[in-house]
Write a protein that binds this ligand. Structure first.
Ligand code: PLP
Length: 385
């Protein structure tokens, strides 16, 4: 079938095995918040069980939840979205998959700025399409630009997938660039999938703007995918959503109705509470990420050979480590990650998993205490090279 289970994630599996054996590994791998789901949200899930809200719902998600999602966007961006513009599913990943299956045919090319989140290329390939990468410039903080997308477009291009803030680089696309990409896609009848899973986590004056801002002018072009997973620390509840033209949402709904049907009713009840509730818990988590990031970026840059940008958002750093290549058997991002696991008992994700072999991904979704311990270990191991 040609779909890959990334061999580069082998180092993460090895880290898990070591931890299961009781070895003290500082884990910079996690792609999920280290915080619990906010209590009021968890309580709403429990109440759903107690009142018997445990049956099938509408296969595309219950109306009150889809309406709450639409209202949230309408309130923030002045759109006029209704229930039919929204589908809720088992994670943002499922909605991306549904949308890509609905839009991409055999031979279609889909442009993805690189570095990219691991599942985008494989989902495109699953649908019979070809991912085409548009390398982002590290000297511009990896923020995607229209010129880079334009440079790889062909007559087979069917659409573009943007992810802002980006996993793994943290890059937040500039509003003016996003506006230009929307216009460019619209003029060519291309789709623009905009994944804003990390929308809440932006730092130091960076500003997140959703592509939904241009939806009313370009309803056939723009698809926004979002998730409860990261913002509300709800990864295990599996609840994400997509917002787009009702015709496309209908097509995604048909696919969903024949695969998983509705996302868990209990998770939908919890998500509704999260969307309606106040954001104090989310802000608390944000402040913790901000504090960790502020400590970690300069600390990594003090290690000779590490080159770490100040990312705009998400909870990842994507430092360049190629200064270490050629030493102690380190030749690429995977052997660098192996080295850190073996010699420092620190787990990082090789950058090649995201399309760059000169980098590794470091997640700071772990306590400041563990972050400090991890940096101490990395520094000690690399000094011996
Ligand atoms: N998009 C991006 C960029 C992600 O990093 C993730 C998860 O890691 C997802 C989408 C999917 O999240 P979920 O399926 O948990 O909603």
């Amino acid at each position: 079938m040609g779909i890959e289970i990334s061999p580069t994630l082998a180092v993460m599996n090895r880290a898990q095995d070591l931890m299961a054996q009781g070895v003290d590994v500082v884990d910079f791998g996690p792609g999920e918040p280290d915080f619990p789901t906010p209590p009021s949200v968890a309580e709403a899930g429990k109440r759903a069980i107690d009142r018997g809200f445990t049956k099938y719902t509408n296969a595309s998600g219950m109306k009150p939840l889809r309406d709450a999602i639409a209202e949230r966007y309408n309130h923030r961006y002045g759109t006029k979205l209704t229930t039919d513009h929204v589908i809720a599913g088992t994670g943002g990943k499922q909605e991306l998959f549904n949308i890509i299956l609905a839009l991409v045919d055999q031979g279609d090319e889909v442009i993805i700025p690189s570095p990219y989140w691991v599942s985008f290329p494989d989902q495109v390939q699953f649908a019979g399409g070809t991912p085409v990468f548009a390398p982002s410039d590290p000297s511009r903080q990896f923020r995607p630009r229209l010129a880079e997308i334009e440079a790889v477009a062909t007559e087979r291009t069917r659409g573009v997938i943007l992810n802002s803030p980006c996993n793994p680089t943290g890059a937040v696309i500039a509003e003016s660039e996003l506006a230009a990409i929307v216009e460019w896609c619209s003029a060519r009848d291309l789709f623009l999938i905009f994944d804003e899973t990390y929308e809440f986590f932006v730092y130091d004056g960076a500003r997140h703007v959703s592509a939904i801002k241009w939806f009313e002018g370009h309803p056939e072009t723009i698809i926004v995918v979002n998730s409860m997973s990261k913002t509300f620390a709800m990864t295990g509840w599996r609840l994400g959503f997509a917002v787009a033209h009702p015709e496309l949402i209908g097509a995604a709904g048909k696919i969903q109705s024949h695969s998983t049907s509705n996302p868990s009713s209990i998770s939908q009840a919890a998500a509704l509470e999260a969307l309606r509730g106040d954001e104090s818990e989310v802000r608390r988590m944000f402040e913790a990420y901000r504090e960790r990031r502020a400590w970690l970026v300069p600390a990594l840059n003090r290690i000779k050979g590490f080159c770490c940008l100040d990312p705009d958002g998400a909870f990842y750093l994507f430092p360049e480590v190629k200064a270490f290549f050629g030493k102690a058997g380190i030749v690429d991002s995977q052997s660098f990650a192996d080295f850190l696991l073996d010699r420092a008992r620190v787990a990082v994700v090789p950058g090649i998993a995201f399309g760059s072999d000169d980098h590794v991904r470091i997640s700071y979704a772990t306590s400041l205490e563990r972050i400090k311990e991890g940096v101490k270990r990395i520094d000690a191991a690399l000094r011996k090279l």
